[in-house]
Design a protein around this ligand. Structure first.
Ligand SMILES: [Zn+2]
Length: 471
């Protein structure tokens, strides 16, 4: 008996047996102090654009101290990106967990606290980046450290990427540089990153949104031309009149409604959470037998009451800048408007511009496309192993919550990943509706409930384990 015990202990000690024995479940209470510490350390680094390497230095030191090698990829030395990889046995293609390191600038006079002190007050951690994107960065970092410490055997590599310049990449130093020049370092079957969220009502998470798609900014200028002349002589070809008429026509045009798998499931789940009146509106959108009149009523309601839902149904056109004229007594020869056009995944944008030209119906007004900053990106699929894991773990952690895919009307670095064939999904920590409204990402003041941080890290860890650990 005694020899047997010695034998088993020796085996355990050698590490040979440990690889086959599932490690004891993680004690999440015991992880809290470190999670909070690392998250606050990240928030305390002022990583407004141009300062991202400060975050890379921190991450590199933490990862390497635990024996995880890192690779720094930098086009601009002040705005470096960092990659780290835990090797799997290659049975499955890698998983990429990424987060951006930059935060948007602050107006200090708007803050009740120092925006880079990660102060804790009233149950919240306050500071720039507390929502966007340092919770994801901290969760990804903790996941790497815990996978390594626990020696979790992996069926696929887990790749950690901390990328710069997500908020404004005018010089291409962030995701564009990594994808164009170092794609081998991040190539993966699946990716998870910012782009989802969750809603808490009371103490219960009621809704979890997994980002599966986004629209593509495909802006254009509308240029009207005419004959310049004296302001005292009215002219029919005054370009301001032609531009105004064109904008009015585009403003009235209800661009074609088109649903995809994500928005279909989204409105279906939303209906199940909504009042009977709202549910009827969402179900009309989904009903292939809805009459044109009913469909029109539903869309008019959304256009007036829920512009964000309305925007999910179509490629949208929003005029944002007007330019014309040099003096009160001068008719200019040119007038132009900038249009913020957001295209649905799969939109044939050349055809859409041609439709716009037809709606405008005025040869004096031309649609001039502005070169797009992001590639076209197909929606990620909702029938993949990754989506199922994201959904199932959310349902287990938050029983009774509605888990739904979401399409962002904005744009993110997932576009570059999806364009390269990586099925990419957005996640995020939970907030109350009031908090999401009053202390949002990019808002004057940003904060995250401390009670949302720990479950979010646990969610990321559990998801990564279920998709990547050896089965
Ligand atoms: Zn962000």
């Amino acid at each position: 008996m005694r020899t047997l015990i010695v034998f088993v202990v020796a085996l355990l000690g050698s590490g040979g047996l440990r690889a086959q024995t599932p490690p004891a479940p993680l004690d999440w209470n015991a992880q809290r102090a470190e999670i909070l510490d690392r998250y606050r350390a990240l928030v305390r680094i002022d990583s407004t654009p141009g300062r991202e390497t400060l975050v890379v230095n921190y991450l590199k030191q933490v990862l390497e101290a635990e024996g995880i090698p890192t690779q720094t990829l930098a086009l601009d030395p002040a705005r470096a990106n960092l990659v780290a990889r835990l090797k799997g046995n290659g049975a499955k293609r890698p998983l990429l967990i990424l987060a951006h390191t930059d935060v948007v600038p602050v107006q200090r006079e708007k803050w009740p606290v120092d925006p880079f002190a990660a102060e804790m007050k009233d149950g919240y951690i306050w500071g720039r980046g507390t929502k966007d994107d340092k919770p994801v960065l901290a969760a990804n970092l903790m996941t790497m450290l815990l996978l390594k410490r626990r020696g979790v055997p992996l069926d696929r590599d887990v790749i950690f990427l901390a990328e710069s310049a997500e908020e404004a990449d005018t010089t291409g130093v962030g995701i564009n540089f990594v994808v164009d020049r170092h794609f081998d370092a991040i190539d993966a079957e699946f990716a998870i990153t910012e782009g989802g969220d969750a809603t808490i009502d009371g103490s219960r998470v009621t809704r979890v949104s997994i980002g599966t798609a986004e629209k593509r900014p495909t802006r254009a200028r509308l240029v009207a031309t005419g004959t310049a002349g004296h302001g005292s002589v009215p002219r029919l070809d005054n370009p301001l009149l032609h531009l105004a008429a064109a904008l009015d026509k585009l403003g009235r045009w209800q661009t074609p409604m088109r649903l995809n798998d994500t928005t279909r499931m989204y409105f279906d789940r939303l209906a199940s959470l909504s009042s009977p009146e709202r549910a009827a509106i969402y179900r009309t959108l989904l009903d292939p037998k809805a009459t044109p009149a009913a469909l029109d009523r539903a869309q008019t309601f959304l256009r007036e009451q829920e512009p964000a839902s309305y925007a999910m149904l179509r490629t949208s056109i929003v005029p944002t800048i007007l330019k014309a004229g040099v003096g009160a007594n001068v008719i200019p020869s040119e007038a132009e408007a900038t249009l913020d056009i957001r295209a649905l995944p799969g939109e044939d944008i050349e055809r859409f511009y041609a439709q716009m030209t037809e709606i405008i119906g005025d040869p004096a007004v031309k649609v001039v496309p502005i070169p797009p900053s992001r590639p076209p990106s197909p929606a990620s699929r909702i029938d993949t192993e990754m989506y199922r894991v994201l959904e199932q773990v959310a349902q287990r952690m938050y029983p009774g919550a509605a888990v739904m895919p979401g399409m962002s009307t904005g744009a993110s670095d997932q576009a570059q990943l999806r364009a390269k064939g990586i099925q990419s999904y957005g996640i995020g920590p939970a907030s109350t509706e009031a908090d999401a409204l009053n202390y949002p990402a990019h808002g004057d003041v940003e904060r995250l409930a401390e009670s949302s941080l720990y479950p979010f890290v646990q969610y990321v860890w559990t998801v990564v384990n279920e998709i990547a650990a050896r089965r």
